[in-house]
Design a protein. Sequence first.
Length: 410
Amino acid sequence: MTPLQLTAGPAEFFTGLYVSFWLPGLVLTAALAIKLPSILKLWRDPLLRAVGGLLLFACAVFVFAAPATISWTNRVTGVPNIAAPWVYSLITALGASWLLLVVHWRNGRTERRAQTRRATRWVVSVYAAVVVALWVLFALADVPVEQVRDLDTYYANTPFMREEIVLYLIAHTVACTITARLVWNWIRTDGLDAWLRWGLRFLGVGYATNLLFSAAKFTAIVARWTGHDLDWLNANIAPSAACIAATLVAIGFIVPHAGQYLQERWQVRRRHRSLKPLARLLRGVAGRREPLALRATPEIRLIRRETYIRDALLQLSRHLDEDLRGRSYGAALAVGAERDRAQALAAAVTIQDAVEAGPRATDGDGTTAPDTTYLLQEIQAVSEVLRSPDEITAVRARAAVPAESMSTHE
């Protein structure tokens, strides 16, 4: 920071504080793209429709509120500042979509359907009336000088335009306050998914930041009414707060979906990697290497590895020593393993013994085939214990003691 900036007043200091309108627009578009398949697939779900409307209006606000778009709109229509009621209308519709979202969330159950319809009609009616009033007031106002960035303060004392500005800010503030409060109440609800809770936190912070937008606007306007100049609040702080708030709201919608998606992909890849020790151990039994599929999805690679392991276990099943498995289970319990881990250790010892011993001479003596249900269902647990060779060695050594003792006495 330069000495000049240190000695400058608030207006000069915040003049350069500006967040691009296109950043939240891009993030909101990404959120809409992520949600769109679900919205189209479940179009009859009013909650999803409310989410879709919210994201659509939010994208429209930041497209048409950008200074370049405001100038284009005024130029194309030939009406100075006609972009103002258009943007105000979009902001009002966005506020209505916030309220519709919480209405359908809170009253989404079947027994509250009538209450939801009444609340929906009330929100739509009130905010539609506000939009109509915005256009009527603009038609009555005299606003000949185009203002791209600071229209709200420039015309803060102009009849009818003054009322229009206050009206849209009140509608925005009311919607934002109610939505923020209900979202923070929702965060405290028990049983929420962790990713959903994080998404709600971003939404809550985003809606709270939106209140800074209204506060900056109102402060700058009241300053104009009282003969003071705080236009920098309107020109820099308010739009920057709106951009940050919209970005946080968009992230709030993205986090649950992206987080769940990434978590599922991570779990699939982790399961695939954890099966590698067992697949490597059974390579000699299968008589072939595990099929390599570089272009396959993680899910397909996991299914192929599981199939490869189970096919090998079925070939090995005739050579499994059930007596050794029973002794190994007791040995695993004796060395302090929990029941589930003891089962996995016993299975791993039995598989290792069968692989090392190879085909047995008694294969065709008519004995009952070992039960492979556990092995085929719990390949994950068996593969994971193969990563602890010292523990398996201890269990094998302890399981072999009774047999060696009997041989000595004989």
